[in-house]
Structures are given as C-alpha cells and as structure tokens.
Ligand binder design. Structure first.
Ligand code: HCR
Length: 409
C-alpha cells in the first residue's frame, strides 16, 4: 500500500528514513528526515506543554493538603497530556520531527495572571546536545508552585508486521510498518510551598513511554504506554496508559489508582481512588468519588515567549532567533533555505566545540548545574521501588533573567 501522506517526490527519502530508523537505536534526532515531516519548532519549546492549562496548575495550590491535593496534581498532569502528545497532529496534520536544539539554546516565556491565579513563568535551557537533554523550571510564585525537570529520549524500533516482499532485505522491509518506541529519560519534581508558611511538599512525576505509529503512511501519531507515577503528599498515583481496546476500546485511554502512603502522611479518606477515561478528552471517578474527574477544556493558553526582537539579553541562542530562517524555510516550503541555515548552525556549533577543546575549556551551562543523583527522586521513588533507583538532575541556579518580572524578585 502507498504511503499516502508522503508527497510523491519524497517517497524514496521517506522509505530510506524508515529503513535507517528500523535498524537504529539511540538518538533519533540526529537522523536526516525528508522535509514533509519536519517541524519548525525546536524541542526547547516543548516544556511549555506542562502549563497550557494554567488554571489546573494553579488549582494545585488551592487544594487541601493530602488526598485532595494529590488528586489536583493528578488532574493537572493528565490535563497536560493532550498538548504534550497530540497537539502537533491537530496543528500540523501529524506528529513531526522537532528541530534538534543546540547546546545552550534557551526559551523564556510567561502566562499572564488571570482571575487571581498569578503569573506563571517558564525558563528552558538545552543542557546537552548529544544526546539531547532539555532542562526547565516553571514557576507560579504567588501560588508557591514550582516544577523543575529534565527530559531526554532513547528510541528503538519495534517490528509489528511481517511480510517478506523485498528479496534484497526482507528483515528490514518487514519492519517498515512498525513503530518507534520512545523511552523518556528524566523526571519532574513539583514543589508546593504553602504561601502562609510551612514546609514545602514535593511530588515526583515520572514520564510515560511513547509509541509512534502510522509511520508507513507517513502520518505518525503518538500513543502512550506503560506507567507514570506521581508520588508525594502522602499519596501515590499509578497511571497506566493503554491504547485502543484495553480499558475502554478507545485510543489514549488511561486508568489511575491513587492510594495513601501510610507512614508518609497518607491517612484518612477512601483508601483507593480510581479514575478512568481518555487523557486527551475526559475522565471520571470509578472508585472513591463520583462524576467527572478531568475535562480538557477548549481554552488552552499558549505561553507568551519573551520575543527576541525585544532584545532582553537572551542572546543568539534564544530558540526562535536561532532557528528563525530554518523555521521560515520549513513553513514556506523553501527547503533549500532551511537546509542551508541548519548546516550553518551545525557547523558553527562544531567549530565552538573544537575551539573549546583547543582551549581546554568546556561549555558552561547558563541556568543549571548537573548533579549525579536526585535525593527527592530517590526518597519518593522508594515508595514504588522505582527503577532505576536513582537518576541525575539539573539544579536551577536561581538566576532568573531580569525579563521575568515576577520570579526574578
Ligand atoms: C519523540 C519526539 C521527541 C521528544 C518529544 C517529547 C517526549 C519531548 C518532551 C515533551 O514533554 C513531550 C514530548 C512530546 C513529543 O511527542 C516527543 C517527540 C515525538 C517525535 C519526536 C522524535 C525525535 C521524532 C520522530 C520522527 C518521526 C515523527 C518520524
């Protein structure tokens, strides 16, 4: 069957791309893909997806500590998934290959105060190029909320169909209709600091696994698989992701079970709260509550980036400034421009690394320092015997640039 969404002129390069990913494991971002599948957006912009429903985020601070707050954190987390994993399909027709950020690339933005929920601010820095690792901090200071985390991906290919019509290379050919499996490496920690005083509370959030299907048709889309945990506030929420045909027969379905953690503050209330539904639409309580749990409402709010044109000291590595001409080329179908500019950026990066080596120095991160282990991950993760038992972390240097009106003060 023809790969329908692939423009006729790019079918050959799409098949070659699929062949290379079918026999490849690791950092997929470094592979060259045909133009029709390129996104004009860099991965440094992706952490903004955590907060496109700022009201759900702010509601965490207003919830009563204990079960209510654990469920508010779960509700916010589930409400971010539609934007994280299906928004490119809605906006660009399918999942696309994001621009691979350069080391030191930054993205700063804000969500304005509305209905007293306070200003929310976002700071992102690309802390590694190979493999790509993105670190971020999102803060609503007036509500005492801060999310910090980092994200990397390890990709592999899973062969789902098997037919042997290619005499030259039957194994690879049979894999072309398979899926890309993306293991997310990294985690996030949400800290709730009561504005009236009192000890801060941490919630560890682990990230789901992704399966990218629809490759053969040139129309990739994401399904979430496996399990995410949210551990904190004396509770653990175990969120199981299943595709079509498991819990509800619908795509993007999930089931979460929230239980108290005795000995860690989780006493009282129903012992188990179960929520079921689809993460991109809505869900309801099936135990420990009644009625609707979450609904992905229409009023999504994209982050307002601090535009580089204002020149607020973000420098050459502000993501939209850096990729401006590449993005223009991709948007306007001028792939010669896109590829020329992309090569220029990559060559400049190679030269910078060479210069650093020659001068015996290394690139210094602007906003984060790298630590080999995260005590919050280790301590909270023990509740579910988390694997791996420890993970590295990027600690924010607390150096909000002056452009952030609220967090910097
Ligand atoms: C896997 C992916 C890059 C990573 C993207 C992540 C995992 C980044 C962190 C965000 O919080 C959530 C997120 C959402 C994206 O869905 C995911 C990307 C999807 C595709 C992309 C691959 C590197 C590119 C695959 C190329 C395909 C589309 C042919």
């Amino acid at each position: 069957q023809e790969a329908q969404a692939v423009p006729a002129a790019q079918r050959g390069s799409w098949t070659s791309f699929l062949k290379s990913i079918a026999s490849f494991s690791g950092d997929l971002s470094s592979l060259t893909a045909p133009p029709f599948i390129l996104s004009p957006t860099s991965l440094t912009e992706f952490p903004a997806y955590w907060c496109e429903r700022p009201d759900y985020f702010a509601a965490i601070a207003d919830a009563k500590p204990g079960r209510d707050r654990a469920l508010a954190v779960l509700r916010w987390f589930i409400s971010t998934l539609k934007d994280q994993y299906t928004s490119r399909n809605e906006e660009m027709g399918s999942e696309k290959k994001p621009l691979n950020p350069v080391l030191g690339e930054v993205f700063y933005g804000t969500w304005a105060d509305k209905n007293g929920r306070g200003v929310t601010e976002l700071l992102v820095e690309q802390v590694s190029h190979h493999p790509p690792i993105t670190a971020y901090v999102i803060q609503n200071k007036s509500k005492g909320l801060r999310l910090t985390g980092h994200n990397a991906q390890k990709t592999s290919f899973s062969c789902t169909f098997s037919f042997t019509s290619d005499i030259v290379n039957p194994l690879i050919w049979s894999c072309l209709a398979g899926s890309i499996i993306v293991k997310q490496i990294g985690h996030a920690v949400l800290t709730v600091t009561p504005t009236s005083g009192g000890a801060p509370e941490n919630y560890l959030i682990t990230l789901p696994r992704l399966r990218i299907d629809g490759l053969w048709y040139g129309s990739p889309y994401i399904e979430l698989t496996d399990t995410s945990y949210i551990i904190g506030g004396g509770h653990v929420s175990t969120i199981e992701f299943k595709g079509k045909g498991y819990f509800s027969g619908k795509s993007h379905s999930f089931k979460s079970v929230t239980t108290p953690l005795p000995g860690q503050g989780g006493q009282g209330g129903p012992t188990e709260t179960i929520v079921e539904g689809t993460w991109h639409e809505n869900s309801k309580f099936s135990k420990g509550g009644a009625g609707a749990f979450h609904e992905v409402h229409e009023n999504k709010e994209e982050v307002a980036p601090f535009a580089y044109a204002d020149d607020k000291g973000m420098g050459e590595f502000e993501t939209r400034k850096l990729w401006n001409l590449v993005a223009k080329g991709i948007r306007e179908g001028d792939f010669e421009l896109a590829s020329r500019e992309k090569s220029r950026i990559e060559n400049e990066q190679r030269q910078m690394r060479k210069d650093e080596q020659a001068e015996n120095r290394s690139w210094e991160l602007r906003h984060f320092t790298h630590e080999a282990s995260d005590p919050i991950y280790e301590q909270l993760g023990r509740a579910v015997k988390i694997v791996p038992p420890t993970e590295d972390m990027y600690v924010f240097k607390e150096n909000w640039p002056a452009v952030f009106s609220s967090a910097a003060k």
